[in-house]
Design a binder for this molecule. Sequence first.
Ligand code: GLU
Length: 513
Amino acid sequence: MSATPTSAPAQQPTGGIQASPHTVRVRFAPSPTGFQHIGGYRTALFDWLLARHARGTFLLRIEDTDIARTVPGAVEAIIEGFQWLGLDWDEGPLIGGPFGPYFQTQRRDIYRAMSNQLITGGHAYQCFCTADRLKQVRDEQQARGEPPRYDRLCRRINSEERARRVADGEPYVVRFAVPTEGATLVDDALRGAIRFENANLDDAVLLKSNAYPTYHLANVVDDHLMRITHVIRAEEWIPSAPLHVLTYAALDWAPPVFVHVPDVLGPDGRKLSKRHGAVPLLEYRDRGYLPEAVLNYMALLGWSFDDKADVLSRDQLIASFSLERVGTAGARYDPGRLLWFNGVYIRQLSPADLADRTLPFLERPQDQGGLPDSVSRPLDRAYAERVVGLERERMKTLADAAEMTEFFFTEALEYDPALLIAKGMDRERTLDGLRRADKLLRASRRWVAGNIEPKLRELVAELGLKPVQLFTSLRVAVTGRTVSPPLFDTMEVLGRQRSLNRLARALVLLAEK
Ligand code: GLU
């Protein structure tokens, strides 16, 4: 191939971490070949944070050209995940934009034109090798202990033969004609210049025989045409980067800044993947995680603000995000820490907000983790708000609420009457204490914690008991449990009638015991 550079000089590093505000354009470019987990969304979050920090543009591009591996519903799930996290995009699916379409399958004419341009310029060539031949080449290379690579048979075909075979309609792919000498430098914003010997690179396929582009061609073409300034992507793409740098050069385009972010590792220290502890992002929603907690936690997977601050709101993250503080070491996903963040964010919610978010979890069918089916839906909004307000301190996920608050909603309580008798107490003294409490509560006018509590404390003193001895019995009587939110608040929210009915029932159970 005459025009193929055979001794390309090392490419000069370009770009840098700083791009002036208003010019930053970043994209997240998922392939809908599966469901994105926290690792993928973490990369998207870095894109989004960089764009929002720099008042730039964030776009979403769907790299759906691998049609054989496209999973139905995956695009919708990706979009739903973004919407759940509150990561808004300025250009992309649903909204379009000036550089669309944003689905690569709708841009095939563009890739074909660019592929032709590369062929004309001598940077790419048609390869007619069959799958069988390629396999044979690979097997032989393997037998010789060589890395598998295309042997460039078709690169050596003369132009007459090439033209004839194309005209005859012989199927072909288009391959990049990698320079055989020299080196290519990939300038990575986090890692500096990474040098690749061209002799070790493969003549990668750019256009498949079905005329769909491969990732390598479509990605470079789109990043250029969509004026992407920073390519933030997983470190697994580093080995492909020299091919991309060479493609930019062959098309006479300036490459963007490359930022290969560290992998998110599973609890086992291996790259997080479906087989290594990853769950689809939307499962966190269904398990009662708050998007703001997940967002905050994800931002810390590979980035840090300083050594201290970790609870950072969306606005604080935007204000403080910078690529300088993105590391290169893999970040380990720790489910326990995510759960901790979730509890922190739950405690920050107003009771009304918490109730809005928790109601759907309470109202789920029982077999999906909701309240018993005997509790009629919809729940009383005002009552539910008071109930979840009491549990806020203990809730780690919204899904915890059903089990925790069940006794507020059910009529009869099932419990072992023996639980009514506190440590150091016996049946008689318990019966006596509860009877006195019952009498006193029936006589009390205002059913609020601030009124109930001092009366019961006086009674404890009068009976010569420790508070825990009477209050344990009362707690079990009104909640059926030994652990609950603060007793007097619980009684207030349960209401006079329900509390007194439960107390009466406890007295019967004890008397029968
Ligand atoms: N479609 C590629 C992926 O899903 C995008 C990689 C990139 O950001 O360049 O991994």
